[in-house]
Write a new protein. Sequence first.
Length: 198
Amino acid sequence: MRIVLSLLFVILTLPVQAGSLIVLGDSLSAAYNMRTEQGWVQLLENRLASEGYSLDVVNASVSGDTTQNGIARLERLLQEVDPEIVIIELGGNDGLRGTPPFAIKRNLKRLVRMSQETGAQVLILGMQLPANYGAAYTQQFSKIYLDVAEDEAVALVPFFMEQVALEKSRMQEDGIHPSAEGQPYLLDTVWPYLEPLL
């Protein structure tokens, strides 16, 4: 009995190993033009800690990144990190460059499958383009995210920028990037879709 109790004590006093959550994104998740601690990914890490979730957040976001760049980076990253959750926030730069929708879709699917092969759950952050890119292209672009989420059976935030894109005070002067004031709204948009995966 004493041995059993001793073993139980050892098990209960072992440190809890934190899992990892990767955010693979572009400038929207890289705290562009602001301090790192103001970005929504750092705010996410703060909220996870305050809510009692033991997850290390790895922000693998690079300004200007495309889905193709993301594949190469994720491949290297998954050799070092075994994530429980991967948040994919890519595709916006592809769209701004007029990349064919089929190529964006193919790359996003590859990112999802690479993540799933590690056993991670995946959350995709959907994007939309400004109307001046033409109705046909913007509609095809928006549909990419829904198609990938349905085909790969993963969670989707329909429009990541929903609460900031049309609010001038929540956007930087370039009209493309959220301001520091907009970052909490980005987190609030993501959280209801992320929380069920935690």
